[in-house]
Design a protein around this ligand. Structure first.
Ligand SMILES: C[S@@+](CC[C@H](N)C(=O)[O-])C[C@H]1O[C@@H](n2cnc3c(N)ncnc32)[C@H](O)[C@@H]1O
Length: 191
């Protein structure tokens, strides 16, 4: 059954559809490695995943999780320490088939490093410029804090302004949950 209570789980079904053909995959916030491991464990053996994070601790946790859970997939992943807005500029790929981002702060670490709307939007626009035809991008935003709400609002405003002739842009979120549940943004290149 497709889960209808949480953006993070709901998006997996969009990923599974995209992963059938996706060969270049980018996780712009690898954090504790849950999303990167999910992507690696469901992608084609010839696919490659780029795992980006601004914090060294996140890169190490993601590496450790892969070594523990999917050691055979270590040759399918590159880890890049840096801010996604600048990393996406220099990423050594001509196109991206699936790009994912889970915003906010790193769970089980200090909350002082959080994604920020300006760099998130810059990263998104640079990633979308490289998105292949029919390529998919999903972003989960967390409006439960003041800065998270601001980031989600500014991100939504940016995504709503994207040319509809080039991209399908939509959103998904639970409507009857307490405490401002995460919002999923979904973008697919049309041509
Ligand atoms: C909610 S966590 C990501 C969770 C992760 N996807 C997982 O599956 O465990 C958000 C991550 O964004 C990272 N981050 C914050 N600002 C960033 C930036 N400008 N560039 C890249 N990563 C950033 C944080 O370090 C943190 O690890």
């Amino acid at each position: 059954m497709i889960p209808l209570h949480h953006s993070v789980e709901f998006q997996h079904h969009l990923w599974l559809d995209a992963l059938v053909t996706a060969r270049t995959i980018v996780d712009i916030t690898c954090g504790n490695g849950h999303d990167t491991v999910y992507l690696l464990s469901h992608c084609h053996e010839s696919s490659h995943v780029y795992a980006i994070d601004i914090q060294e601790v996140a890169i190490s946790r993601t590496k450790e999780k892969i070594v523990k859970e999917l050691p055979h997939a270590m040759n399918q992943v590159d880890f890049i320490l840096g801010s996604h807005d600048s990393v996406l500029e220099t990423l050594p790929v001509s196109s991206i088939d699936l790009m994912v981002g889970n915003l906010g702060y790193l769970p089980n670490a200090g909350h002082e490093v959080m994604t920020q709307s300006t760099s998130t939007i810059t990263a998104l626009s640079k990633g979308l410029a490289k998105l292949s035809v029919h390529g998919l991008c999903t972003i989960v935003a967390y409006p439960g804090t003041e800065s998270g709400r601001k980031e989600a609002e500014e991100l939504e405003e940016y995504i709503a302004s994207i040319n509809q002739k080039e991209f399908h842009c939509s959103t998904w979120r639970p409507l009857n949950q307490a405490n401002h549940p995460p919002i999923l943004y979904i973008i697919r290149r049309r041509k």
